[in-house]
Design a protein around this ligand. Sequence first.
Ligand code: NAD
Length: 260
Amino acid sequence: MKLAVVGPGRMGREVAALALEEGHEVVAKLGRDTEISSGALAGAEAVVEFTLPEVAPDVLVALAATRVPVVSGTTGWSQHLGRVREAVEAHGSALLHAPNFSLGVAVFRRWVAAAARALGGLPEYDLALHEVHHTGKVDAPSGTARLLAETVLAATDRKDRWALFPGGAVDREALDPAVLRVSATRVGRVPGTHDVVFDGPDDQILLRHTARNRRGFARGALEAAVWLRGRQGVFTLDDLLDDRLDALPSRASRRPLDPP
Ligand code: NAD
């Protein structure tokens, strides 16, 4: 597949390197000084975009006009999704966006939803989110933490909003049981760790996803670029995962266990 990479930073470089290893062709790498146009994309069949939160909406609107399918991994711009969606739909192009392209995170999110649903019957347990990333990350909490927080809110009536739990003195209002507390730490080179903690009077359940490197994000983004070919509209990684999970044999169709 012919690919263009927009945003030649840590993720852009990882995507380009993996694409070459996997036999794709990287026909264009566009940085902040290159204007986006069909010509600049040099015949690419898909674009993978990892730029910065403050530029991503404009970049995505400009890319929509080229009608080349776009996979966007930039985080922290979801408040502009409406404008980007309008552009994608107006041009009949395709966009798949996800704040975390690790397929492991997509699976993790489903488990978090199932666990949050269980909160309804377990009033003695509370739940909180914590994420850790490298010091170069500009947004907090991470896009993945926001996605997990929204997942929890949709799955339980016990929480009606989430808030970034402040450092320093404890704000009593933030301890309102209806608030889902989210905290973030920036240290060293951590590519991304997300914890979901269920805390009860006698025990604690910790669900953790740890990214080992950026390769998993790049792999998911490339897989999304292949999946997006021939589609139109706005998608998330969940759409791809739904396809994959649907492809698994259902319980009923599996061979019954041999009798003991
Ligand atoms: P980075 O700072 O290393 O790279 C960003 C790059 O974008 C830089 O090279 C910068 O010059 C370039 N850029 C800035 N403005 C541009 C423009 N107008 N056009 C083209 N390029 C432009 O950052 P990074 O670590 O590569 O992360 C990029 C984004 O991806 C961040 O928002 C980060 O949170 C996110 N991220 C997402 C995932 C995921 O799986 N979705 C994984 C890791 C990081």
